[in-house]
Design a binder for this molecule. Structure first.
Ligand SMILES: NC(=O)c1ccc[n+]([C@@H]2O[C@H](COP(=O)([O-])OP(=O)(O)OC[C@H]3O[C@@H](n4cnc5c(N)ncnc54)[C@H](OP(=O)(O)O)[C@@H]3O)[C@@H](O)[C@H]2O)c1
Length: 338
């Protein structure tokens, strides 16, 4: 097993001054990697030099990952303060009083006293069961409401006050939603997690966050080749199969996946690639320590934007909604808000 010195991995500075490693490891098994398989990969990743882990209650594996963290600390492999550990409150725990309970459960499962970052996973209280298919709809689903979101966010802020998380963040947001909630935040989000890969660069949202000192964390950085069936449509483009990406990969003698990771880190976001294979997760971390992309290559990849959102979120639609585009406020106003 190779060890990549964590000091060689670029770090992002949050507005608090805290550092966040610019590559993290994803832990969503896309409904097919079992919790034990993911936690074994986390154990291997700590040994390889990963120091940032993107967890979530809804991934159904925090208890197994918590065992791995506890063992790594007790064996002296790594100290708690060397890791940047993230989790997310799931959509069925947004209500008054629920966020503290959700965070407590996550802390118990991960065997931690506090998190480094706690995100609101989705900005709606709309729940879908694990492993559901694309046609699943919950009749209780509702559109975004600033008031409801702030009920959740006020509880997130209290978690910071209580020392249960050092930072709070949001995920799957849009500019109209941020415009509505940011002025109301007592504690502003330190990071926003969003889908980002060469065919889906969200340049406007990316710039919006950076202008406000909010770090951008990118999920599905490789185009999530093994994503669940519910997140696949025939029009989707496979980033790692694009001729431009393959050509750049060939000229560096690397897998196209690594081109996506190098691009992400050099552009300024923090990718959180997932893998259960030691060879892959090692390469995903190591690639940012050597042989950077040239500015011409960065420009070529910058030109690959295809507006190809993969995680469209159909399962979160509310009764009366149009199609998945309503979740993303494409008309510039918050769809369904009343
Ligand atoms: N906030 C949100 O709503 C949200 C949504 C989606 C995802 N996420 C987070 O983002 C993370 C990453 O997204 P993702 O898991 O969907 O997709 P991803 O990281 O883009 O792709 C993961 C897939 O790529 C393969 N892979 C990884 N490294 C590779 C390499 N070097 N060469 C070839 N193949 C490679 C993996 O297969 P192997 O295991 O076989 O290597 C895995 O199937 C998730 O795990 C999760 O933590 C957050």
């Amino acid at each position: 097993m190779e060890f990549i010195d964590p000091n060689l991995i670029p770090a992002r500075t949050l507005y608090t001054g805290a550092k966040m490693p610019a590559v993290g490891m994803g832990t969503f098994g896309s409904d097919h990697a079992a919790p034990e398989e993911v936690s074994a990969a986390v154990a291997g990743a700590i040994r390889v030099g990963y120091r940032h882990f993107d967890c979530a209650a809804c991934y159904g594996n925090e208890a197994q990952i918590g065992e791995v963290f506890a063992e790594a600390f007790s064996e002296g492999e790594v100290r708690r303060e060397e890791l940047f550990i993230v989790s997310k409150v799931w959509n069925d725990m947004h209500g008054q009083g629920d966020v503290l309970l959700a965070c407590a459960k996550t802390l118990k499962d991960l065997q931690l006293e506090a998190l480094d970052m706690y995100y609101v996973h989705w900005p709606f209280p709309n729940y879908h069961p694990p492993k559901c298919d694309v046609s699943e709809r919950n009749p209780d689903s509702r559109p975004f409401s600033t008031e409801r979101f702030m009920t959740t966010w006020r509880q997130m802020e209290r978690l910071v006050d209580m020392g249960l998380t050092r930072h709070i963040g949001m995920s799957n947001m849009t500019i109209p939603k941020l415009e509505a909630v940011l002025p109301l935040c007592r504690i502003k989000p330190a990071a926003i997690e969003m889908e980002l890969h060469p065919c889906f660069q969200q340049q406007e949202l990316f710039d919006y966050c950076r202008e406000r000192e909010i770090q951008v964390v990118g999920f599905c950085p490789l185009g999530s080749p093994d994503r669940p069936e519910r997140d696949r449509t025939p029009e989707d483009i496979a980033d790692i199969e694009l001729p431009e990406i393959r050509r750049i990969a060939e000229s560096h003698g690397i897998h196209p996946a690594l081109v996506c990771i190098k691009w992400a880190v050099q552009r300024g976001q923090t990718p959180i690639p997932f893998s259960v294979k030691e060879r892959n997760y090692t390469a995903n971390l190591k690639c940012v320590t050597e042989d950077p992309l040239t500015s011409e290559e960065m420009e070529v990849i910058g030109g690959l934007e295809r507006d190809n959102r993969l995680v469209k979120g159909q399962v979160f639609l509310w009764p009366g909604a149009g199609d998945w585009r309503d979740l993303w406020d494409l008309k510039g106003t918050i769809a369904g808000a009343g």
